[in-house]
Design a protein around this ligand. Structure first.
Ligand SMILES: Cc1cc2nc3c(=O)[nH]c(=O)nc-3n(C[C@H](O)[C@H](O)[C@H](O)COP(=O)(O)OP(=O)(O)OC[C@H]3O[C@@H](n4cnc5c(N)ncnc54)[C@H](O)[C@@H]3O)c2cc1C
Length: 407
């Protein structure tokens, strides 16, 4: 697929999330002319806690995003493992990991990326793809403006699906979601708190891990915490038939909630901005098909239990731009090289996305006990400067912190 080109090649990027904005910056840097479309009528700010690992920070630096980010909890955090009776013992947080992630909000990354997006990149809101047709010379995409219900067809040299877990580009170009989405049978409700919770001062977090359900308070130094409820379900579809707060009360309310969880549920009950969703992974054998390529959650969603979604979205976008620059005029070579380089990392993140689930939410009493032993062991390891250096050098941490473009 070699194309002699005079004017810059044109790319359609579907989705103005972290992966889409990063891809637009990367492609612009590589000499492309990107157009971004977004289903929502405006930008999506706000959100929940995310940890940004080194691989994401290296890429963010190259894309001009890092200067807009800071670690919202720069020192080791105070995290308690709690139970409903009010007992507390020291726990382990992301901030305790040497060379660990920077802690921030999803909205921080979205804003920093949007601020780094060159002004000449066109962004169209309330616009979705309806049809994608490829031929040897390009892709014709039918675009629908959902505000005025008009449609138009446009030609592009490349279409990037950065439209999240339930990607329309993936459906149009690769096939139905049932082929690619794997449910882990867990639900999450995630949201930001307007104030500190009772009994938890600023910078202090808490974890309540019970069989089949957990409650996490992720602390920050410079703003109130965010909350994550994560629970097991046997029927994902039925979960969406009731409001999130009602489901949380049903699942967690079999015993008294206690002051901290009660305050969090009340925030959820009055909040308009929250995420209530099933935990799923996208697993595809190929992320590109001709001139259509998927990036971020649309391609490889590793699940929030991996902690690598935002990091890999930025790193994958940055690497895509680098490969397009290395293979000018040869799209197939660029996309093949990009996949070959990225696959081993994403495969590892997806594995931890499954295995880390027990750390987030043990499913049974036996898993709860295993988790407690593992947490105690981690506290010992991370409490010793020598042992924690070994953790920092472990393969698990190396693949999260490497500069993918240099590796
Ligand atoms: C609770 C929680 C905690 C997490 N913690 C971490 C963490 O610690 N570290 C980490 O790295 N990641 C974490 N993640 C994952 C991370 O937030 C995501 O992986 C990342 O934000 C995905 O970005 P994306 O741009 O690929 O997809 P999305 O954020 O889903 O963006 C997709 C965009 O496409 C738009 N869109 C959808 N359909 C269409 C359409 N048909 N046409 C046009 N536009 C469309 C959407 O409106 C949206 O703007 C966490 C996620 C959750 C839920």
């Amino acid at each position: 697929m070699t194309t002699p080109q005079t004017s810059p090649p044109r790319a359609l990027i579907v989705g103005l999330g972290i992966s889409g904005i990063s891809t637009a910056i990367a492609l612009h840097k590589a000499g492309w002319n990107p157009v971004v479309i977004e289903k929502a009528a405006t930008r999506r700010g706000g959100g929940y806690f995310i940890g940004m690992f080194g691989s994401g920070r290296f890429a963010a630096e190259r894309l001009g995003i890092l200067k807009g980010l800071h670690n919202r909890i720069p020192n080791p955090s105070v995290i308690y493992e709690v139970d409903r009776a009010g007992h507390r013992q020291p726990g382990v947080g992301f901030g305790d990991i040497p060379d660990g992630p920077w802690m921030m909000m999803r909205g921080d990354v979205e804003r920093a990326a949007f601020d780094a997006l060159p002004t000449e990149v066109e962004v169209r809101y309330a616009t979705v793809p309806e049809q994608i047709e490829q031929d040897a010379d390009g892709v014709t995409v039918t675009l629908r403006n959902t505000a005025d219900e008009t449609t138009r067809s446009e030609r592009f040299d490349l279409v990037v699906g950065a439209d999240g877990l339930r990607s329309t580009v993936r459906k149009l170009a690769f096939g139905p979601p049932e082929k690619y989405l794997h449910r882990l049978n867990y639900m999450i409700a995630a949201f930001a708190l307007p104030d500190d919770l009772p009994g938890l001062p600023r910078s202090e977090g808490a974890i309540l891990a019970e069989p089949g359900r957990s409650f996490w308070v992720f602390p920050f130094s410079d703003r109130p915490s965010t909350v994550l409820f994560s629970y097991r379900t046997d029927d994902v579809d039925a979960e969406f038939t009731k409001p999130a707060a009602q489901r949380i009360r049903e699942v967690y309310g079999t015993e008294p909630l206690g002051a901290m969880m009660e305050a969090a549920v009340q925030v959820l009950e009055s909040s308009k901005e929250y995420l209530f969703d099933s935990v799923e992974q996208a697993r595809l054998e190929r992320w590109h098909h001709g001139r259509v390529v998927l990036v971020g959650d649309a391609a490889w969603c590793p699940s929030l239990y991996s902690g690598m979604g935002a990091t890999s979205g930025i790193a994958g976008a940055d690497l895509l731009g680098i490969m397009l620059q290395r293979h000018p005029g040869d799209l197939e070579a660029a996309l093949t090289a990009w996949e070959a380089k990225l696959r081993p990392y994403i495969g590892a993140y997806q594995k931890t996305g499954v295995s880390n689930r027990i750390t987030f939410t043990p499913s049974t009493r036996a898993e709860q006990r295993r988790r407690a032993v593992s947490m105690r062991l981690r506290r010992v390891l991370l409490g010793s400067p020598m042992l924690s250096r070994l953790v920092a050098k472990s393969k698990q941490m190396r693949i999260r912190n490497e500069d993918l473009a240099a590796a």
